[in-house]
Design a protein around this ligand. Sequence first.
Ligand code: NAP
Length: 504
Amino acid sequence: MGIEENSPRLDHEVVIVGSGFGGMGVAIGLKNMKIDDFVILERADDLGGTWRDNTYPGLAVDVASMAYSYSFEPNPDWTRLYARGPEIWAYADHCAEKYDIKRHIRFGQNVERAVFDEDASTWTVHIEGGKTYVCRYFISATGALVTPKMPNIEGADTFKGKVIHTARWDHEHDLTGERVAVIGTGATAIQLIPEIVSQVQQLDVYQRTPIWLLPKFDGEISDTWKKAFRYVPGLQRLGRLSTNALFELLVGGGFNHYIGMSWLFNWLERQSIAHIRRQVKDPAIQEKLIPDYTFFCKRASFTNDYFPVFNRDNVALVTDPIARITESGIVTADGTVREIDTMICATGFSVFEKGIMPGCEVVGRGGKELGQYWEDTRLKAFKGITVPDFPNYFMIFGPYAIASFCYFGMIDTQVRHLSRCLKTAKKRGANCIEVKRSAFDDDFKQVMKRRESQVLYRGNCASSNTYYFDRNGDGPLLRPATHVGTWFKSHFISMQNYEFGLKG
Ligand code: NAP
């Protein structure tokens, strides 16, 4: 379906920003609609988003690989239940090849700004260096965890040793025999630390807030299982469904309905504490590793090899707050100075800040800029994908887009939503699609009502320091809904929620 094959003003029908799984999912969706006139603008020199940028030792998924993949492209050859980073990146590359996406990607294109032309109903996408692309539909798939956050600690810029952020791993730097500090104990640190611990001379782990961690039922997938996944119909799908069902129970159910399901949280917390007590010898260290906030107030994860690290002689768990960083080490509030050679910042990402979501300026009707609009109001988008005054603009992973942490499920629902919009516009001979303000407001009202029962608002999250909250106290990362419900509804999203017009 070429929408306006011969329009002279357009460079491309559709411009997508970002060649991660989100952007590639959109591209595959467009191809399914027979739209071939699109480009993916990518600022880096390779595809893969997170899985290109993150290459730290130990990188792996913590959602079973069978569910961490496109539903239409199962991979019977996963080598582990929880695939390692390079394997996920290879899967991304395989999808790009198989679905003929690569020829659409323009690398080294850093999108600075996209501006809507009201008269022509087109977007002009401005690239760093001056190049522009004019398109009818502009789609951002720039992800949420992309911009590394460095710790804002006094003296950090005076440190003379090596500094590495986990999302920009320096493979040239050899940690062998070094005194190393890891700042942060989130989902990244718990994967990295066990990988480097036996290589370094001394490892100081600076923990501000512990996270809840459960045992990881991981392991290699044998050739027999691989054959079974390849040849037994529905087996992979069953694996995927089971994983998604688990997340539906934990997040769609538990996270979203804390009061009715607090028994589940209590049980998870007990399992996590028992895990610590089994794996860590020193009772004082055990206590330091146990969070004092409700499970799921912040990102929990799975591990088998993180806790035993604290039984080693060359590892210190430092929980005194960091007071400052000097030329040669880290000073904690109790006055202790720990000299180091390398400081590893496992300090996460800037998430709900202006310029991050989406990753460029988006200027809609009347000069309204999306980031500023959200700054002045609150983060919101109709079903996490469209905003009034930004016609013909769709975002993958907007506010409240993802349900039950089902990332690939979210791509699926968002692509279905946008495909319905584009098909309807084509059918009606329209070239301007805009969500109605009433639909946008109603959706946000519903989100606000439903979030009331979420653990973020009902649990004890005060001490969790969670990045799930933005500066308004909203939690726009997760939709207060189940994935199944969101997926089902995405098939029936009424196009009455949109205005379709013809401009130009
Ligand atoms: P994160 O969860 O934001 O954790 C950052 C850590 O750094 C926290 O422990 C934080 O402490 C600490 N920190 C930040 N600034 C600090 C400072 N100034 N002083 C001391 N400590 C500081 O980041 P992440 O571990 O990189 O994970 C980010 C997200 O990436 C995860 O939530 C997850 O969604 C994703 N991820 C996924 C996988 C996977 O397997 N799928 C793996 C890794 C990461 P506070 O908690 O006190 O703020």
